[in-house]
Design a protein around this ligand. Structure first.
Ligand code: BGC
Length: 764
């Protein structure tokens, strides 16, 4: 039979999709564009050059009349004079077009503005918070959600997203842990690269591509005591081995821009660190794009006690390689005079401007500054049904089954009566998470709605709030806003639990308890939630707990006593449907924790890849070893952990050789079998321990993972490869290389796998 086009079409589409995912991005630097930039630079005045490095936030309602206020009129004049290079927080085709026109028609050289926005986990369609999405251990899912977010954002005129956030974080007190991929650099690097590919697509010029901005460079997630914006003091080895790998992966994936972090590292604010920006990023990594400061970060070098005044702050930042100033107005006010008096060489200014122009060219803005300003696309693409379908699927893939005693889950959709309890269960806003772009308030499918839509017609669903978690304004968070006194809803909740065959109780935190500026010293279940759990469980022990949060929480009795527990994070627009899919078994959970869950906040920072210490073991009543006397060292739930409705077994790992040389490849294989009665997916994880190093090495490091789907009874061999490059680290000599010696290899379904086999890495 001759192949016909229609027969080949699915194949072509599959091929095109595969290429779209894997195609190398177009390089930012090409000789023809560099010539155009040369020509432009030759025409630009000093003020116009500085203008390209000045970013303004949205300041007036651009769909209304032009501003009357003198300050706003002055800003409009600045745009017309070519003294603004970029704007943030403006979106909507009408608004972007209006401001772009001021720059393109009004300014002498017609250089377009660059419009940036925080599109972190969705624009209108909201996806799981990035920490949740990392629990899928499926970078392709993150690539897909970033692609959709870019498509929606670009349809409203946005050219640039301040994402992905790739900060490794090992301290759940830090509110921004929800924005990253968790505690591990290997997993983090895979997600960082995937998100960049998703946002930027194969071609930055495309009308549905936005430039990515990898942030926050660097080590922001290591803020002391988990307090946002706090001091960071960490070793060069940790910086290179743990913090930087996701940044590097993002840069290698073609990220067009990088944002510096607010924090200092060992006394040096990132925005003024030439080591970070010039030596590592633009030097060693050859990053061709531009660096933008975080909001007001240049100005913040004053309270840091590093710059004497704003002029000095500008000088330090530009000389250190920070190209664009977000909301400090330091370059706008002082850069021209710094260049005129010779403090900043004009070549430094030109180089920064070149980088900004390069990104504008790459985005196609010089060919058509209105390319992302098509009202038809804007109408069509926001809330497209296929985007919501993807959000439901990705949310489902992000749900971690932490406990399932007596196989209470999945529930029978024909069950006679379900009690759904908890304020968060009916909440249509909390599931949207903290960086919800232009997601509409209260637009998520609540857990209650999801359950109602999933059950059969004869099932009765009773809802009882039990107790409000919070009172008052949810966004401006203070401790006084937790409900610690009002138990008036307990009686109805208990009655509903008693009547029901099964209870689904939602506990956790609101979207505004996590995110920027929302660090917490107590990461337990706030308000009356533990009390409510105790009352409900006493009324009906068949209580499934659905945990909603943007971070690992300390669960106490809930984890000990609930027979079933699901970590459902803040899952986005389709949260309720996705949770119901798992509750009723339409989806078999396959997610794994991207971050350790502590037993108590006192264990923070907590992570599986810790060092062994000189006193790693004890017991038998001995006191003097590295431990707590009141809680185990181990987490409640470890990194990489997550259950399924089926049961998998994994054979011991087999190695292709007992020793390899520095140029060899070791093959590690293991056999995975689905022993249960349901199809399911398991994430097989490869860990390595470098037994002795010139600097001490972690007890385990993730070096590979594979998500494998198996039918009941099916087995498959899972294969990983390891080379010396995979074993490299920052040595005592300051080099990045693998050191010969013994390596233990662990293959398991969580970081707590303990059986290992070993091989030797031979010297050259
Ligand atoms: C955050 C950044 C964000 C920027 C612009 C800052 O406060 O730290 O992550 O991109 O604001 O909104």
């Amino acid at each position: 039979m001759r192949p016909t086009f229609s027969r080949l079409l699915p194949l072509c589409l599959a091929l095109a999709a595969a290429l779209a995912v894997s195609a190398a991005p177009a390089p930012l630097v090409d000789p023809a564009t560099e010539k155009r930039i040369d020509a432009l630079l030759a025409q630009m005045t000093l003020e116009e050059k500085v203008g390209q490095l000045h970013q303004l936030s949205s300041f007036f309602d651009p769909t209304g009349p032009m501003p009357e206020a003198p300050d706003e009129a002055a800003r409009v004049a600045k745009i017309r004079n070519g003294q603004v290079g970029s704007m943030l927080n403006v979106h909507g085709v009408a608004a972007v077009r209006r401001l772009q026109q001021l720059a393109v028609d009004g300014s002498r050289l017609h250089i377009p503005l660059l419009f940036g926005y925080d599109v972190v986990h969705g624009f209108r369609t909201i996806f799981p918070v990035p920490l949740a999405e990392a629990a899928s251990w499926n970078p392709a899912a993150a690539e897909r959600s970033a692609r959709i977010a870019a498509t929606e954002a670009a349809a409203t005129g946005i050219d640039w997203t301040f994402a992905p956030m790739v900060d490794i974080c090992r301290d759940a007190r830090w509110g921004r842990i929800m924005e990253g991929a968790g505690e591990d650099p290997f997993l983090g690097a895979a997600f960082a690269a995937a998100r960049v590919r998703g946002f930027q697509g194969p071609d930055l010029r495309a009308v549905d591509s936005v430039a990515a901005c990898v942030k926050h460079f660097a080590a922001y997630g290591f803020a002391e005591a988990g307090r946002d914006y706090n001091t960071v003091d960490l070793s060069a080895a940790t910086l290179h081995d743990v913090v930087l790998p996701p940044f590097r992966a993002a840069v290698e994936a073609g990220a067009a821009t990088v944002m510096t972090s607010f924090n200092e590292i060992a006394g040096l604010p990132s925005v003024s660190s030439a080591r970070l920006q010039r030596e590592i990023l633009k030097g060693e990594w050859q990053f061709p794009g531009f660096v933008v400061s975080d909001w007001g970060a240049i100005r913040e070098t004053l309270p840091h006690g590093f710059a004497t005044d704003l002029r000095h702050a500008a000088q330090l930042a530009i000389l250190s390689g920070n190209d664009m100033d977000m909301e400090s107005s330091a370059y706008d006010r002082h850069l021209a005079e710094l260049v005129t008096d010779g403090t900043v060489p004009s070549a430094v200014l030109d180089e920064a401007v070149r980088r900004v122009l390069r990104v504008k060219f790459a985005l196609g803005l010089f060919d058509d500054p209105y390319r992302r300003c098509d009202p038809v696309r804007e109408r069509r693409l926001l809330e497209a049904p296929e985007h919501l379908a993807a959000a439901r699927e990705i949310a489902g893939e992000s749900i971690v089954l932490l406990k399932n005693s007596d196989s209470l889950l999945p529930l029978d959709p024909e069950v006679r009566r379900i009690a759904v309890i908890g304020a968060l269960a009916a909440d249509k806003d909390a599931p949207l998470g903290n960086w919800r772009g232009e997601g509409r308030r209260d637009s998520a499918v609540s857990l209650l709605e999801g359950i109602r839509a999933a059950v059969g017609p004869r099932t009765v669903v009773d809802y009882a709030e039990g107790a409000a978690v919070t009172i008052g304004d949810r966004v401006a968070w203070t401790d006084s806003q937790y409900n610690t006194t009002d138990r008036s809803g307990f009686r109805a909740a208990v009655a509903a639990a008693r009547r029901a065959d099964v209870v689904v109780l939602a506990v956790g935190e609101d979207a505004w308890q996590t995110g920027e500026g929302r660090s917490q010293a107590d990461i337990g279940l706030k308000g009356l939630q533990q009390e409510l759990f105790a009352a409900v469980r006493a009324a009906n022990p068949r209580t499934v707990v659905v945990l909603m949060s943007g971070r690992p929480l300390v669960l106490g009795a809930v984890a000990e006593q609930a027979p079933a527990l699901l970590a459902t994070w803040h899952l986005g627009s389709q949260a309720g449907h996705a949770i119901a899919d798992v509750l009723f078994g339409l989806r078999n959970p396959s997610a794994k924790l991207p971050v350790s869950f502590p037993r108590t906040v006192g264990q923070c920072p907590l992570y599986y890849a810790h060092k062994n210490t000189g006193r790693p073991t004890g017991g038998d009543g001995r006191v003097f070893w590295s431990h707590y006397t009141d809680t185990p060292n181990s987490p409640l739930y470890p990194f990489g952990f997550g259950l399924s409705y089926t049961t998998f077994t994994l054979s011991a790992p087999r190695l292709s050789a007992a020793a390899i040389g520095p140029r060899d490849t070791l093959r590690v294989t293991a056999t995975l079998t689905n022993k249960g009665a349901r199809a399911g997916a398991e994430v097989v994880q490869l860990y390595v321990r470098d037994v002795v190093g010139s600097l001490t090495r972690p007890v385990k490091e993730l070096k590979g993972f594979a998500k494998i789907e198996l039918q009941p009874g099916e087995s498959r061999e899972v294969a990983f490869t390891l080379t010396a490059a995979d074993l490299a680290f920052t040595t005592a000599r300051g080099t990045w290389e693998a050191e010969p010696g013994e390596f233990q290899v662990f293959v398991g379904n969580s970081s707590e796998v303990d059986s290992s086999t070993a091989f030797q890495l031979r010297p050259e």
